[in-house]
Design a binder for this molecule. Sequence first.
Ligand code: CDP
Ligand code: MG
Length: 132
Amino acid sequence: MEETLSIIKPDGVGKKIIGTIFKRFEDAGLEIVNIKRLTLTTEKAGEFYYMHKDRPFYPELVKFMTSGPCVPFVIKGENAILKVRELMGATDPSEADAGTIRADFADSIDKNIIHGSDSKESAEREISFFFD
Ligand code: CDP
Ligand code: MG
């Protein structure tokens, strides 16, 4: 069993697809074991994405992530980290496989609906970033 952290980003909350996204994970046999809804401060969003701080898209990413409420949640299941990444689809929705969350709902690479931890280490860090 694994736990991973996902975030429905402000565009996903704005599009009112929280329930749709939860259902996709539940239908895939995963369990949602903790949920929050909050608006990130610039400081917190910057800290969450610190690994990208030198990338050209970082300032816009932080601005976008603070632009409205987001929904961080913890997903549990066998191979949850990889399964969540597969259900999300590629970072750039134009490259995401058909039927993935990003292919179906994301407008662009910088407004791509959802975050998911990419490794055991980041899952641990990101779960404790939002949940005690
Ligand atoms: O979210 P994911 O792990 O798929 O991608 P990432 O490479 O870790 O990038 C984190 C986030 O930065 C992406 O989900 C996008 O929101 C944003 N990003 C962007 O705006 N422009 C890029 N060229 C790459 C990433
Ligand atoms: Mg990433």
